[in-house]
Design a protein around this ligand. Sequence first.
Ligand SMILES: Cc1cc2nc3c(=O)[nH]c(=O)nc-3n(C[C@H](O)[C@H](O)[C@H](O)COP(=O)(O)O)c2cc1C
Length: 202
Amino acid sequence: MKIVYLNGSPKEKASMSANILSAMERRLTGAESIRIDGSEARIPFCDALVMAFPLYVDGIPSHLLRLLEALEHASHRSVNQAARPAKLYFIINCGFMEPENAEIAIDMIGLWRQKSGLSPGQAVVFGGGSMRPSLKIGLGPSRNYKRALDALAENIKNRSAGAPILTSVNVSRFLYIKAAHRGFRAAAGKRGLKIDDLYGRL
Ligand SMILES: Cc1cc2nc3c(=O)[nH]c(=O)nc-3n(C[C@H](O)[C@H](O)[C@H](O)COP(=O)(O)O)c2cc1C
């Protein structure tokens, strides 16, 4: 089995999307895995395309959108003509705790999949995906993530399709927001900004 992984986060390192894809790869050992980035002209021939990306403004990050458009045009010459088109599996991680925020992005990817000649696989959405990117998936607050990734991995292995799985972190909303505020303040401090600057408007 050949699996192509695409990380749709613009972060060069320490992205949650990269963490999720590594967790997926560990569940699919034995399969040939190929990682692609924005430099590919087309999706390599494969059994499954597994994509992870952050939700941006309820949609697809613009750099990923551009890449998908380019791959869509190229697919009319490659994937589309394959006897058994690759299945598309994708994981969206949201900063907000509510995975329902990604419903529009799921539809957008669904339309792209159809135009690109890929077969339906499954979508997984993680609410609260802004936690530490180094988080070991499966422990403490990410127990729900583990369950979702295990189910997704089974479908990939069996080349099955599945209904979308929308899940979130195993922490209370109160604690998540408190941790987010601490994170934003620390990030501002590192950049020489004051707390008030975080509330500034253009
Ligand atoms: C420009 C921008 C827009 C964002 N928009 C949303 C959004 O609409 N909804 C949401 O839940 N999270 C949003 N986020 C948060 C990211 O989806 C979240 O931090 C994600 O876990 C980052 O994943 P990554 O580490 O793989 O890049 C946004 C982040 C950025 C930088």
